[in-house]
Ligand binder design. Structure first.
Ligand code: ZN
Length: 406
């Protein structure tokens, strides 16, 4: 049982043409015209492969290949087709195309699994246009309400619901979240570990928990030329101290910790005005919930202390809270057994990033296959070899069959 590596590669390359930028990246923000084109292509390929295609109210697309027993819930596999601006050719699209290749291979072999097999495209995996990320799988898994999901707005005030209607992907499935026998997501590692260790595959045993916050710092905006140093309430000075403190928190809880300020908005952002207001984002991650709690406590304490010392008003608002994920033993086992059977070098790993599989793990046994990539440390270039792409898909094929026949 082997997938067709050339066909898989060609599908990834054909998909990467949609939204391609001049420098080899892809820009396909969620629910834009480019995203619609990518969805249309996926749906056409799935219908060509004999699948029945269903779309739910969140615009999640499900392409089903029937099994022997139509009453059984499907083994679901897939990822997202939207990208960062700009993103890589493989992030998200690899997992979707690998799922499609599994179905095409089953067709070639005339192999009918016990349970049906479904390939899914989750809406807004990246969350770049609509905050938060993974809102399609979040609603499917009941972690986010349908109203909240449809109401997420972009910078221009356009909502997910409106944009889904506009591109024709506001589906007619009234029920979002059907029973799932198991969910597997294949994804590139987006990290250096597999490359360094010269292994093809990572078997995710879980994922870091993640908490996002917005911090608002308010002081007093005033002309730099008129305001003596001792009379200033400079919001950016307070924000800068928070940035440094967040970095300290990350370093204090190593090895499995990460703490980042990635966004900073300064008002009025003018060179001769003392900033009166600053907003910043905080991203805390850890593999253990107790440590995440401790990191959060440190952050809260730092904000109170810095506010007192700088005489600035500070507020902290939590926006996203994803618990650490533990993937299901049966999924981890199926992936490991396949990698071993196929003689593919693998290691266990814990995902630092959030993925759609983290939400699915709340409602079904879930697992993830990472494939080796390089040059991904800037978050954009994701260089994957055809051999790694094929290896991950072969393991996915085997694991899907194992789970569907169980
Ligand atoms: Zn992704």
């Amino acid at each position: 049982l082997r997938i067709n590596g050339n066909r898989l590669w060609q599908s990834i390359m054909d998909m990467a043409v949609i939204g391609a930028t001049n420098d080899g990246h892809v820009c396909r923000l969620a629910l834009t015209d480019a995203d619609k084109q990518a969805r249309d292509l996926f749906v056409r390929w799935c219908r060509d492969a004999g699948c029945r295609v269903g779309i739910d109210r969140m615009g999640n697309i499900f392409a089903r290949r029937p099994g022997k027993d139509g009453s059984r819930p499907p083994v679901l596999t897939g990822s997202h087709l939207d990208t960062q601006p700009p993103g890589g050719r493989f992030d998200g699209a690899y997992g979707v195309m690998a799922g499609l290749e599994v179905i095409r291979t089953l067709n070639d072999l005339d192999y009918v699994t016990e349970a049906p097999v479904e390939v899914v495209v989750w809406t807004n995996g990246e969350g770049q246009r609509f905050f938060p990320s993974m809102v399609g799988s979040g609603v499917f898994s009941k972690a986010i309400s349908l109203d909240t999901g449809l109401g997420c707005a972009d910078g221009d005030g356009k909502t997910v619901g409106e944009e889904l209607k506009r591109i024709g992907y506001s589906g007619d499935r009234t029920r979002t979240g059907h029973p799932v026998h198991a969910f597997l997501e294949a994804h590139l590692e987006q990290g250096p570990v597999l490359e360094k260790e010269e292994r093809m595959i990572g078997v995710a045993t879980g994922a870091f928990g993640l908490r996002w916050y917005e911090v608002e710092v308010s002081g007093e905006g005033s002309r730099a030329s008129f305001t003596p140093m001792q009379a200033r309430r400079d919001a950016l000075v307070g924000a800068a101290r928070i940035v440094a403190e967040v970095n300290e928190i990350g370093n204090a809880y190593l090895p499995n910790a990460s703490a980042t300020v990635g966004e900073l908005h300064v008002e009025p952002n003018s060179r001769n005005v003392v900033p009166g207001n600053a907003r910043l984002s905080v991203d805390l991650r850890h593999s253990e919930i107790a440590v995440l709690d401790a990191m959060e406590k440190d952050l809260e304490g730092a904000i109170v202390r810095i506010g007192r010392e700088t005489k600035l008003d500070m507020s902290l608002r939590a926006t996203v809270d994803l618990s650490p994920t533990r993937f299901a033993p049966e999924c981890i086992g199926a992936i490991r057994e396949e990698a071993e059977k196929q003689g593919i070098g693998y290691r266990d790993m814990v995902s630092v990033s959030g993925h759609d599989a983290c939400y699915l793990a709340r409602v079904a046994p879930a697992g993830m296959i990472f494939i080796r990539c390089s040059g991904s440390r800037d978050g954009v270039k994701d260089l994957v070899s055809p051999a790694a792409a094929a290896a991950g898909c072969n393991v996915l094929l085997g694991a899907v069959i194992r789970l569907a026949n169980r």
